[in-house]
Structure formats: C-alpha cells, structure tokens
Design a protein around this ligand. Structure first.
Ligand code: FCB
Length: 450
C-alpha cells in the first residue's frame, strides 16, 4: 500500500461563487460573475450562482460533513464583493463575519483553513470603474482587500493563496470572452496577467505583516504537462509554445523574475502588445513564496497549425479515457509535471490545490451515489503523486476538487465534480462512494492498489 509521508495534508477545495449562493445577503455587492451569468447564452441552461450550494447559510453543516470525511484542510475562497461591495472603500463587516465564522468552525473541528483571496469573482464596481484586471488601478485595490481580510483572519489563518489560476482570469476573462467579464481582446489578457501577478506579489507582504511568523503565502496555478502530437519539429515547437503560454508565463516571473522571452516576442509580433512593466514590478512578483499550488486536471497535446491566430497551434485529442468535461484522464502527466517543477524551479513546497473529475452522478432511490470512475481517477492521481514524492518532488498536500457538486462556471450545474453529491432542488448532501473511499485514504494516509 502506498503510504504518504507523515504530516501529508489531505483536503478538499471549493470557491466562493461556486458554492456560497446568497448573492445579495448581508450587503454583498455584485461580482462580474453575477453580471456575466445574466447575459444570454453564456452559461449552460441559463444557470447562475444565485443559490449555488447555499454554503453561505449552511456552512456549519458543511463543516460537519468535512469533519465526517476526516478532512485535515479546507481550501475555500473569499468573495471580494462580500468584504468590499464596491471593491474599495467601505468594508462590509457582515461579509467578513461569514469568513470569521467559517474559519472558527473549521478550527473547532481541527480542519486547517487554506483560503484563496481571488477565485474569479471580481467586484463588478471595479470592472465598471476602470475595466478590471487590464488596468493597473486594480493592483492597489487588491492589496487593500488582502490587507482588510488578513487583518481580520490573520490571527487564525496561516496559509494563504493570493490567486486561483491567473491564466484563466486573464485570458478566458479578457481575451476569449469565455469567462466573466467576457472581453474579447488578446492584448487585454496580456495586461491582465501582468496585473494579476503584480497584485499577487504586492499583496504577499500585507498577508505576512498581518499574520504571525508562521504565515505562509502561495499562489494556485493551472498547470498542464504538454506533449507534442508528433515528433515533428513544428509540433515540438508548438508544445514548447503552449508550455510558455500556460505554464512558463506564470512560473518564470514568480520563480525567476522574468517573463519567458519567446512568449513576450510572440505577443509583441502577433498582437502588438507586451506587459506594461514598471520599475520594481518583477522584483515584487518574484519575492519568495512559501508554496506553489498546482491545479492539475489533464495534459495538453498540441499540433502546429498556421491557420490559428496568435498561437499557431491547436489541441488534439488522443485516444484515451475522458471525463464529462472532455478532459483526458492522464495521471502520468501529473507525475511528470511534479518532477519537472522540482527540477526547473525548485519550489520550497508544492500542494495539489485542485484535482478531480466530473462524471454523471445520480442518486439512487435509496439515496446512494455510486461513482467508481471518480474514485479510480483520484486513486490514479494519488499514485502518480506518491511516485513523484519518491522521485524528490516536495509535495506536501492534496486538495480534491471538489468537496461538493457546485456551479461549474459556463457549464452551470451540468458538471458534477463533488465527492459529496448536492441535490440542487433540496440542497440535500450525500457523501458519494468516492467520498467514503477518500475518507479511508485520509485515515490510512495511503490507499490500497485495488
Ligand atoms: C478549475 C477551477 C475550479 C473548477 C475546476 C473544475 O479551473 O479553478 O473553480 O471550476 O477547474
């Protein structure tokens, strides 16, 4: 039986807009996702996060479920528009009170809180005022928000993530229009990515200043191992480009203080833009972090294609097993990614901050949810991680995505990622078989091969 190192941290993750609901409760302001969900055709089924899992009102019962699973840590995110409804200015104490209650409830059950400050729900007021992340004005606003939150929680929260998946916020939000706020300009995505990284770098000192000596700061990146579709030179160059766009664009600034020159050159040539870097920006971004969070779901396999604007390549889908998202199940790529990160960047610590799978789950009339494919997915990825640890990757913990079925962004409620099933009509929760299996893994700090 693979057994994990002593102290390995087992958790589960969610994010504010995906689970909280209660979007107008207690003074919360609107976020860009509230607005985006109301645009026709943006979200499957016309779904919104208005109710989601009603976690805002049910957080104590949900913490009881976590305790029942034996979770040692919970990764959640804080909704900026709950804390600062206008994004800046007046603090909404009632919004902060919610996270205060949540943190206390977790600690009372021995579950370590791992909050993320920004998981995509930007206050709409900041989008309206200056266009959100593509504007440099966002940076002091984010630092102020980080300061407000950590002043309140920093006595009890010692592990912070600044951002979740800045690639998604920047490029899906501002370049492709697939996510809120739905802008469609490649240059905006590039500027947004720089301001996200700068906000991360400048917020970190505030988090440290407001917490004790044990405060640790990290960032959660969506990283993909990239393979070339064939061994041709063009496809291998495409794979390196994809690695640059997706991985190196964020890893290099954080760990090496510079954007990858090949990708800077590509953006300059193809879209006539490059990040607007001011003196001191790169040093702030590269200030040491305490851990790197990795959100890993699938690898990328790419093929050169001159007809595709800017990136000149496209994704291909090899034969294999796929989840409901159309994402390839490829645990070997997680192994390769972890070992590569150790070799290329030597991070002080790594956490899997998200990993999991969507499948079509149904509750039986007896109220059971059998999801063997999810348990198999997790088992295979745990095994890959275990091997990576043996190969020297400093992996310290694992957060399964997700604690419970929730609002899956543009897919609405049609994709279920939870190890806990949610009936969105009644808000009833049912621990799935994968959840019960995970509870055993946690108990044993390892798992059987079967
Ligand atoms: C990640 C997001 C998370 C969730 C999973 C499935 O990109 O961070 O909120 O939607 O994908």
């Amino acid at each position: 039986m693979p057994v994990f190192p002593d102290g390995f941290l087992w958790g589960a993750a969610t994010s504010s807009y995906q689970v909280e609901g209660a979007v107008s409760a207690d003074g919360r302001g609107p976020s860009i996702w509230d607005t985006f969900c109301k645009l026709p055709g943006k979200i499957a089924g016309g779904d919104t996060g208005d109710a989601a899992c009603d976690h805002y009102n049910r957080c104590h019962a949900d913490v009881d479920i976590m305790a029942g699973l034996g979770l040692q840590a919970y990764r959640f995110s804080i909704a900026w528009p709950r804390v600062l409804p206008e994004g800046v200015g007046a603090v909404n104490e009632a919004g902060l009170d919610f996270y205060d209650r949540l943190v206390d409830a977790l600690l009372a059950k021995g579950i370590t809180p791992y909050p993320t400050l920004y998981h995509w729900d930007l206050p709409q007021a900041l989008e309206d005022a200056f266009g959100g992340w593509p504007s440099r004005e966002i940076v002091p606003a984010f630092v102020h928000y980080a300061d407000v939150v950590s002043r309140r929680l920093g006595d009890r929260v010692h592990n912070w993530m600044t951002l979740n998946e800045p690639w998604v916020s920047a490029f899906l939000g501002y370049s492709t229009g697939f996510h809120a706020p739905g802008a469609n300009d490649p240059a905006l995505g590039v500027q947004a990515s720089h301001h996200l990284l700068l906000a991360h770098g400048q917020a970190a000192p505030a988090l440290r200043a407001n917490g004790g000596a044990q405060t640790r700061v990290g960032i959660a990146l969506d990283l993909h191992w990239v393979d070339a579709a064939t061994d041709s030179e063009a496809d291998r160059a495409a794979a390196y480009r994809q690695d640059g766009i997706q991985n190196r664009w964020f890893l290099d600034p954080v760990f090496k203080g510079a954007y990858p020159e090949d990708i800077v050159e590509m953006y300059r040539r193809e879209i006539g833009t490059e990040p607007d870097i001011h003196d001191g920006d790169m040093a702030a971004i590269a200030a040491p972090i305490d851990f790197l969070g990795i959100n890993y779901y699938f690898r990328n396999v790419v093929k050169a294609d001159e007809s595709v604007p800017v990136v000149k390549m496209r994704a291909v889908k090899p034969e294999g097993e796929y989840t409901e998202m159309g994402w390839e199940v490829h645990p070997e790529s997680l192994y390769k990614l972890l070992v590569h990160l150790k070799e290329a960047y030597n991070p002080p610590a790594l956490y899997i901050t998200e990993n999991g799978a969507a499948f079509t789950d149904r509750a039986s009339p007896e109220g059971q949810v059998s999801d063997p494919r999810r348990a198999a997915y997790l088992r295979a990825h745990f095994a890959a991680s275990h091997r990576a640890i043996a190969a020297g990757a400093p992996l310290r913990g694992y957060f399964v995505w997700s604690l419970m079925d929730n609002f899956e962004w543009s897919f609405g409620y049609s994709k279920r990622f939870g190890i806990v099933y949610v009936d969105f009509e009644t808000q009833q929760r049912i621990v799935k078989q994968s959840g019960a299996w995970y509870a055993e893994v946690i108990k044993q700090n390892g798992f059987d091969h079967e």
